[in-house]
Design a protein around this ligand. Structure first.
Ligand SMILES: [Zn+2]
Length: 660
């Protein structure tokens, strides 16, 4: 096993307290996340490969077989595009980003192989990697679309065609495969490709001043730089971020060079891909939600690596904007299907919520990277919210079916898919779950931050000493967490422990001695600095507080409604537990909420129940309207964790319950 210590790429200006995630193979998860990872390792990873093959993606990357040609048609042009005299046909098909689906599938497989040996899957992925090696051109260029379907057109449409985005996902897949299996063939292929990209793009005279319309390569280059220690890759990531939105606008010039009218852009505004302004001037979260999350993730990495406060200030502004105006209570984001993204402030429709799985996964990426600049529960709490709710809702409990959209209300017609024509979400949730260990901790020179709790074992090196840290817990069902710190020899460092904002009562003991939390806690993390010795024990007691959540009254869709939460989990009601017509159910403010462990339900969950009421339809008659209100009957409502919905009998679902 090659455990790579990410160190050499750090520039001299790196702030002392830069926290980096532990490589995934250094954290073994059990319990809640163990079950999720097992589902991905045993089912999802193989399914992703099979579906890619069924979609003919293997043919596209295999130089020994004829190209499949255009399997998925080009999108039809928008009316103004069709009317434009310079328009020569649509330029985009989702087939262009098949390389990204491979990249994410390889990444999911990599971490799954680490979890559970699977020689058959490993052999298949090795064969995919061999094809990419063979496909790579002499100069390092590598794109199955541009090499096999549209030769001669490389680097002519960064705005629409996902060329660098695909490179980014292949980089992430290569890094993961190297970390998990020790095999570096794909890593070497991608290093050659990035060397080529760095020879084409950059500030030097004669190079293109472009960047990708779909952000992704930025954060991928940071990973590559950390694994290889090659500073050039980090600088290229920074260049793409610095260059975004500068004038003259690259996408305008690029369109003219293609003989196209820049104004005929399908999405009208560069807000769609966050290139409407230089990134340091941006103050609103706009456009396509996944693109936005990936951009901010890359910005946060660069802010951490270069100690760049100008980026940090912009990121905090953007974070505030998302948190206070545009985030679903589930950690979902991007309400509109039209732009797969943001609309106006406080516009959070529930039934038609787009809330793409990838966007919530992207929020996890962004939040985790904000933690690179230091432990802060403001980010970690939201990472946890998105992890436990709006992202893993995208994967069925058995790991075989997927949501693309994650609405907060359904009349019974919304169900998981086997696959999608634009299959970005399945491998995205797959790789996120399979790499969950990487989100648990942040490691700095003399500190370890515990961002997530859950049964797990982590191994890391700090101040030259190997340390094993074992968490024993039934989190998130129970808030008791026992942490055993086991250094090979006594070593001094600071252990940061998160105290989530949803927790109303908490206690912390170190070797049985109660810690004064008020004095020890900054930004939601208690800092314990001491010389840690073998067998030292930290005990946390986090009350799994239940809560009724209310939305800002400016959210028209949620006024007069409540959402139920317990600890990090958001709850919903389903028809299978509560009967149909969920909109007729109401819950009073006084009704007592009860939590119950149900080990045989949905793989073992805690449900919430309460006495509510339901508006009756039986005696209403045929009138559509009348002056008397409907009669109501008492009922016991039962809520299940939102992430677990649509895993039983199909039916209605509702997060925001009527209060009354
Ligand atoms: Zn997606």
């Amino acid at each position: 096993m090659t455990a790579t210590q990410p160190a050499a790429a750090a520039p001299a200006a790196k702030p002392r307290l830069a926290f980096r995630p532990l490589p995934v193979p250094q954290v073994d998860v059990r319990g809640f996340w163990g079950d999720r990872v097992d589902a991905v390792a045993t089912r999802t990873a193989g399914i992703l490969y099979d579906r890619c093959v069924e979609a003919r993606m293997l043919e596209q990357i295999d130089p020994d077989r004829p190209s499949p040609g255009v399997v998925i048609p080009f999108h039809s042009p928008s009316p103004d595009e069709a009317a434009s005299p310079t328009f020569t046909g649509s330029t985009v098909t989702t087939q262009m980003f098949w390389d990204s689906d491979w990249g994410k599938t390889i990444e999911t497989a990599a971490y799954s192989l680490y979890r559970r040996r699977n020689p058959e899957l490993e052999q298949k992925i090795d064969a995919v990697i061999d094809m990419y090696e063979k496909l790579q051109q002499e100069d390092g260029y590598l794109s199955s679309w541009y090499q096999r379907i549209q030769p001669g057109l490389r680097w002519t449409n960064l705005r629409d065609c996902h060329e660098l985005y695909c490179a980014g996902h292949l980089i992430e897949g290569a890094v993961a495969y190297f970390q998990a299996t020790g095999k570096r063939k794909l890593l070497d292929v991608l290093c050659r490709y990035v060397d080529h990209i760095a020879s084409v793009f950059g500030p030097e005279p004669g190079k293109k001043k472009g960047y990708c319309g779909h952000e992704e390569i930025e954060l991928a280059l940071v990973k590559l730089a950390r694994v290889t220690g090659n500073r050039k890759y980090m600088d290229l990531a920074k260049y793409f971020i610095d260059q975004r939105g500068q004038q003259p606008h690259y996408f305008d010039e690029e369109a003219r060079a293609r003989g196209a009218d820049p104004k005929a852009y399908h999405f009208k505004t560069y807000e769609y891909n966050q290139s409407h302004k230089p990134v340091r001037e941006q103050d609103k979260v706009v456009g396509h939600a996944v693109r936005a999350m990936y951009l901010y993730s890359g910005m946060a990495d660069i802010a951490t690596e270069y100690g760049d406060d100008t980026l940090r200030v912009a990121l905090d502004r953007l974070w505030d904007d998302l948190m206070t105006k545009s985030l679903y209570v589930t950690g979902g984001l991007g309400p509109s299907a039209h732009n797969e993204g943001f609309t106006s402030d406080y516009d959070l429709p529930n039934e038609t919520a787009y809330a793409e799985t990838c966007a919530s996964v992207g929020l996890v990426f962004w939040a985790s990277r904000m933690l690179g600049m230091g432990p802060n529960a403001r980010y970690a709490d939201m990472m946890e919210r998105a992890l436990y709710n709006g992202s893993i809702s995208g994967l069925s409990l058995d790991g075989s079916l997927f949501f693309y959209e994650n609405p907060l209300e359904s009349r019974g017609g919304h169900h998981r898919w086997k696959w999608h024509r634009c299959p970005c979400c399945p491998p995205n949730i797959g790789r996120m779950v399979a790499s969950i260990g990487g989100y648990f901790y942040g490691l700095a020179d003399d500190a370890l931050a515990v961002h997530l709790y859950g049964d797990s074992t982590a191994r890391f090196e700090i101040a030259g000493r190997q340390v094993t840290l074992v968490q024993t817990s039934n989190y998130p069902w129970d808030g008791a967490v026992a942490i055993e710190v086991g250094p090979e020899a006594p070593v001094e460092f600071t252990l940061y422990l998160r105290f989530p904002a949803w927790c109303r009562k908490a206690a912390l003991r170190v070797n049985g001695k109660l810690v004064d939390l008020e004095a020890a806690t900054v930004d939601g993390y208690a800092a314990i600095r001491r010389e840690w010795r073998q067998g030292d024990k930290v005990e946390l007691d986090l009350e799994m507080s239940m809560a009724r959540l209310f939305a800002n009254p400016q959210v028209r869709q949620d006024i007069g409604r409540i959402a139920l939460a317990r600890g990090p989990l958001i709850y919903c009601v389903e028809e299978t537990d509560n009967g149909g017509g969920l909109h007729r159910i109401a819950l009073s403010r006084e009704a007592r909420l009860e939590a119950r462990k149900e080990p045989n339900l949905l793989g073992g969950v805690v449900t919430l129940s309460a006495i509510g009421s339901r508006a009756e339809t039986e005696n209403w008659g045929a009138d559509l309207y009348r002056p008397e209100p409907p009669a109501t009957e008492e009922m016991t409502l039962k809520a299940v964790p939102y992430f677990a919905w649509d895993n039983r009998d199909p039916g209605e679902m509702l997060v925001w319950l009527r209060e009354g």
